[in-house]
Design a protein around this ligand. Structure first.
Ligand code: GTQ
Length: 347
């Protein structure tokens, strides 16, 4: 209220209307249609070591099978009770111990996995296993059957990124369980990586063209993206606002990896400080390599390997690399671009 809505009849009109679920827009308009985004989320950083300790303690108390998914939710402290890292996206740390299976299910939510530690466990998607190595990106696109298993001798931990809050917003969640806990293996491990991930694809309409047309690829190995990032860093000057940055794309259309979620990696050279940048996408970052800091709307977070931090919409980010800094990030930009909402500002 700006002081001009002072007619004495207004307050009694509001009181009369309220039981009919009718309210005056003019009292709330400026909070609804803001000149710039006002994120409800807070910038936040989770150090990996303590989160990992809690997760391993959970591993002593509940099995992956009992839990269905044994995950610690990285909930934004400003979004208590929502299970959201930023208002549109969920993030969690999942643990699979040796010999365990996280049982097969499918759901409307899209998911990505970014491997934090362990080597050789798998995510099976529609009968095909992706063998997961450190810092690999693995997708489970929506409505595809998936289970996770660990036939190695060490715990496997990865970051889950899902569009849970987006699906909740649209009230479009469906989910099913398979009667058996693991899917039968239909094809060789990582077949689709070889058939769709290397600039090739099975001939259209051939019997080998078995993956869904819009989401053929679901494994983006660390070794590949890291080599490409190293090539970019050798061959060009860093972008002043981003450092060296590469997006993961969906070979079906060249766009983001999934309809709601975009993902990228970036390398900030040792000693480099990025120019301030804002963007409308809320982003969850993982520190893959190196040390430095992220300053988010003036608040500085010190970065160590495997830390996870959240950049809310339209918060200003400055990255400082003390040693060569490599980050993975996922955000809701894919959805925002489809809705013609995405914007950025480079200072
Ligand atoms: O692995 O399918 O962190 O369904 C949350 C919900 C992981 C999964 C999560 C899920 C999964």
């Amino acid at each position: 209220m700006d002081g001009s809505n002072t007619h004495p009849g207004l307050q009694s009109l509001y009181a009369e209307m309220e039981p009919h679920s009718l309210y005056p827009l003019w009292e709330v308009l400026h909070g609804l249609v803001t000149p710039t985004p006002q994120s409800a989320a807070a910038p936040h950083l989770w150090s990996y070591a303590p989160a990992r300790d809690y997760l391993l303690r959970a591993g002593d108390l509940i099995t992956a099978e009992q839990a269905e998914r044994r995950v610690l939710i990285l909930e934004n402290p400003a979004l208590r009770g929502t299970s959201a890292a930023v208002p549109s996206l969920y993030a969690g740390l999942q643990l699979i111990l040796p010999g365990e299976i996280a049982p097969a299910h499918r759901h409307s939510q899209c998911a990505l996995r970014f491997v934090m530690e362990g080597d050789g466990a798998h995510t099976a998607v529609d009968g095909e296993r992706a063998v997961m190595r450190p810092f690999d990106l693995v997708l489970t696109p929506n409505w595809q059957w998936h289970d996770h298993g660990n036939e190695t001798t060490k715990p496997m931990i990865w970051l889950d990124g899902l569009d849970v809050p987006t699906v909740r917003h649209f009230e479009t969640s469906f989910a099913e369980r398979l009667p058996e806990s693991a899917q039968a293996q239909a094809v060789e491990d990582d077949q689709s990586y070889w058939l769709y991930g290397r600039g090739l694809r099975p001939f259209r309409g051939s019997t080998a063209d078995r993956r869904p047309a819009r989401q053929p690829l679901f494994h983006y190995p660390y070794q590949d993206w890291r080599e490409s990032l190293a090539m970019l860093a050798r061959s060009a000057a860093p972008d002043p606002h981003l450092g060296h940055a590469l997006e993961f794309n969906n070979p079906a259309d060249g766009g983001p990896i999934m309809p709601t979620i975009a993902a990228h990696v970036r390398l900030v050279p040792a000693g480099f400080r990025t120019q301030p940048r804002r963007a409308t996408d809320g982003t969850v970052f993982v520190v893959v390599e190196g040390a430095g800091s992220a300053t988010i709307d003036g608040r500085m977070f010190t970065l160590h390997e495997r830390d996870i931090f959240v950049l809310p919409s339209w918060n200003e980010l400055v990255l400082q690399a003390d040693t060569e800094l490599v980050l993975f990030g996922f955000s809701d930009r894919a959805a925002q671009e489809k809705l013609s909402l995405f914007r950025e500002h480079r200072a």
